[in-house]
Design a protein around this ligand. Structure first.
Ligand code: ADP
Ligand code: MG
Length: 459
């Protein structure tokens, strides 16, 4: 049922760009939602993580954007700053063939006065978290009178995080006549309620939640409250040796304790949870996605929706709250035909959850005995990359090419040893093959990038 974007009434610039981006065919959620979206209808769409929801609403927004108007056209709310950044950069990418489309993020942790100035100079699309958006509304630095399209991304997660009231307050500031889009990975009852409050005759689209789990090995382990789960986790890692894995926990404290426990055993693990400072969260995520870390120990909320996939394993240290979340968690492994592994610990009172999971995945849950967990070799895998920190970023007008240029030219680093480069506002992260990182840091701290000196070190 794959379809080309060309069958849609999309502007020519967008079609040209989609083909340049090699978006050859629509994903199922795009094929199902875009015809109605482009007609201007309100839509509630549910599809699993990684199914291309951002481009679905992004194309709708960009198609109805009339340039060169300077008015604010669209507001997108996201639950976390990382997601807002991710959505903003995807939309900027989709808007490449439009001249001067201004996409602005409004999130906590960033300078408010800078945001005020950017707003004053005009933005077409604002992507933000509810708290900071409300803040700008109350200061009147953000005015939504001209808004045409309002989008909630990861709506389920926003409700889980308690943003309901904030969302309603924001909706009260919107023009009555508008298009309202609600995108969500799961479709619980409270999404239906929210939809009935903020949408008008919305078209409801749900795609199949079951994941093609055939190439994923899923094992369940029953544990007693008295048992040492950390030790079971360690045994699992030694037995199966995943090069990259997420360990999902229920509490922030667990994420910290487990990351420490694994680090003490020489495993490159770090925790990701809501208690971290924004800059720490950014750093951990960057290190994990650029392959400087083996294990990310995270709460569901912290890891939800982030574009981290292609994992060798997903470990549910605690069972997720519902079967749909389970399906989402496992969707991060076994991508692109590769083999994936999912290990889940459960306790006696969680038996029912296994039934729900069987129902949803159409597979029997295979239960294994923890006493059979043995290993012959310790987990000694070392991530291939390490992360270098540079004290300059967007505000210094640094671009990836400048950094690659300095690394290859000044530091004599093999271009093949340079991994992902992430340029943030006032600093940057660069992944470098471990064998070259010492040299890169040493040489670059004495050299200049774009004629300027920066502090350079290990992240
Ligand atoms: P979701 O929000 O549903 O979790 P995303 O919107 O983050 O998923 O999309 C996941 C990835 O798929 C992104 O890297 C995006 O650029 C890519 N993508 C989206 N639509 C297409 C398409 N039609 N063809 C190829 N890649 C796509
Ligand atoms: Mg998304």
């Amino acid at each position: 049922m794959s379809q080309k974007f060309e069958i849609l009434p999309l502007k020519q610039e967008l079609l040209v760009n989609l083909s340049a981006l090699e978006f050859a065919l629509m994903t199922p959620i795009q094929a199902q939602s875009l015809p109605a979206l482009l007609e201007g209808r309100d839509v509630t769409a549910q599809a699993k993580t990684g199914s291309g929801k951002t481009a679905a609403f992004g194309l709708c927004i960009l198609n109805s954007l009339e340039l060169p108007s300077n008015n604010l056209h669209s507001l997108i709310l996201c639950p976390t700053r990382e997601l807002a950044e991710q959505v903003a950069s995807e939309i900027r990418m989709l808007a490449r063939t439009y001249q001067n489309t201004k996409v602005l993020t409004l999130c906590g942790g960033a300078s408010e006065s800078l945001q005020q100035r950017s707003l004053a100079s005009g933005a077409h699309i604002v992507v933000g978290t509810p708290g900071r958006v409300l803040h700008h509304l109350s200061r009147k630095s953000l005015i939504l009178d001209s808004l045409k399209v309002f989008t909630l991304d990861e709506a389920d997660r926003m409700l889980d995080m308690g943003f309901y009231e904030d969302i309603i307050k924001i909706v009260d500031c919107l023009p009555k006549k508008r298009q309202t889009l609600l995108f969500s990975a799961t479709y619980p009852e409270h999404i239906k309620l929210l939809s009935s409050e903020i949408q008008n005759n919305a078209l409801e689209i749900k795609t199949d939640i079951t994941h093609e789990a055939d190439n994923i090995e899923q094992l369940f382990f029953e544990v007693q409250p008295s048992e040492d789960k950390n030790n079971f986790l360690y045994k699992l890692l030694c037995m199966h040796r995943p090069d990259r894995a997420i360990v999902f926990c229920r509490t922030k404290k667990d994420t910290n304790d487990i990351a420490k426990f694994l680090s003490n055993r020489h495993i490159y693990a770090e925790s990701l949870n809501g208690d971290l400072e924004q800059s720490e969260r950014t750093e951990v995520l960057e290190k994990f996605s650029n392959r400087s870390l083996s294990i990310l120990v995270a709460t569901d909320v912290a890891a939800r929706g982030l574009d981290i996939e292609d994992l060798a394993a997903v470990i549910n240290f605690n069972m997720p709250t519902d079967a749909e979340s389970y399906v989402h968690r496992i969707g991060r492994t076994g991508r692109a035909g590769k083999k994936g592994m999912v290990f889940s610990f459960f306790n006696a009172i969680e038996q029912d959850k296994l039934k729900e999971i069987e129902h949803l995945t159409l597979k029997d849950c295979i239960i294994r005995d923890t006493s059979k967990l043995t290993y012959t070799k310790k987990y000694d895998l070392v991530p291939p990359m390490q992360t270098m920190f540079i004290s300059g970023g967007k505000k210094d007008k640094l671009r990836p090419g400048d950094i690659v240029g300095a690394l290859v030219g000044e530091a004599k680093i093999d271009a093949n040893h340079i991994g992902n480069i992430a340029i943030k506002n006032s600093f940057s992260y660069v992944a470098i093959k471990s064998e070259s990182i010492e040299q890169a840091i040493q040489k670059l701290s004495r050299a200049r990038i774009k004629k300027k000196k920066f502090k350079v070190g290990f992240a």
